[in-house]
Design a protein around this ligand. Sequence first.
Ligand SMILES: Cc1cc2nc3c(=O)[nH]c(=O)nc-3n(C[C@H](O)[C@H](O)[C@H](O)COP(=O)(O)OP(=O)(O)OC[C@H]3O[C@@H](n4cnc5c(N)ncnc54)[C@H](O)[C@@H]3O)c2cc1C
Length: 338
Amino acid sequence: MRRARVVVVGAGVVGLSSAVCVAEALPFCSVTLLAEKFSPHTTSDGAAGILFPAEFPDVPVERQRRWFKSSFDHLLDIAQSQHSPEAGVMLSSGWQIFKDASADKKPFWSELVIGFRFMTDSELKRFPDHKFGQAFTTIKCECSSYLPWLEKRFRRAGGQVEQRKANSLQELSNSYDVIVNCSGLGSKLLVGDNELHPIRGQVLKVEAPWLHHFIKDADRKTYIYPGMHCVTIGGTRQEGDWRLEVDEGDTKSILERCGRLEPSIGKAKVLDEWVGLRPSRRNPRVEREAVQLQGRRVPVVHNYGHGASGVTLAWGTALDALGLVRQSLHEVLPQAKL
Ligand SMILES: Cc1cc2nc3c(=O)[nH]c(=O)nc-3n(C[C@H](O)[C@H](O)[C@H](O)COP(=O)(O)OP(=O)(O)OC[C@H]3O[C@@H](n4cnc5c(N)ncnc54)[C@H](O)[C@@H]3O)c2cc1C
């Protein structure tokens, strides 16, 4: 009996997480990771990588909770292991601060992070423009280390890697039984998803080793995230903007806004500037579709469109994708050993 063949398209955090989940759980399958770009050239590589869920309007809260909890628990295990430095995963404590006191004070994820509480008046004193705040510990996952670490794990599980662009699903359908589509913003062309659009984000990496706590303005545009080797400060959220060049105006605005939250930012040396395009849609697409290709119905498992929460939700949606791959294989190869 031949081995079932699965291809995962995309080597960002969503594709690599999906590829590892499938390769480790289904050792009798042949799993190929196919992507045009690998680390350090994906969007995921430059993400600040803080675990912080956004809420999606049409995904049941229970499902969002499961995506976040699975991702958090998976990364917490790594952060608390000897793999932490190589994988680039660490605990990160700090504050989310609000100008608008009527905001949702206790979001669904508050019981899933560590030590969630409201900030005291004395803690809030250093942020005079803000009326309310949350203090908690979450995780920072630096994808420039995490992606190569996941790729090693994938290869150890027997996975194969191929670097090329897929111009259509059709060109993959002869070689694979199931296609897992984790192509991020690439899905706009690959599967013709017109709902998908970029939200441009610019960040700076600065040297400020005296900063240890994250500070995030609830406007989602201004943040300071200390990491293992430098501090990521940001940012911008420019809807429908495809520019990948650094914008000097954005750099100035980021330094100014972050300096208002943490004046010592003015003393930090700028090490790098980076722009990425968040693969955004109203809700992430994590579902199965049977696509008619060359006269047969080929199962395609979609896992893309995570917007600003790809690092936050990747492991959770990858586990859902694994479940959908299993169902698909049972249908197309009912006699296969899985
Ligand atoms: C400035 C900024 C800060 C961010 N901060 C955070 C944060 O703190 N926390 C968080 O959770 N998220 C954050 N994000 C969001 C996060 O970066 C994304 O949600 C995540 O990277 C999406 O991952 P992905 O794997 O879907 O896409 P990508 O990383 O874009 O990977 C897509 C992959 O698909 C491949 N591909 C595409 N089309 C094809 C094709 N036709 N053939 C072959 N391969 C193809 C690409 O080459 C690539 O390998 C941030 C984003 C930005 C821009």
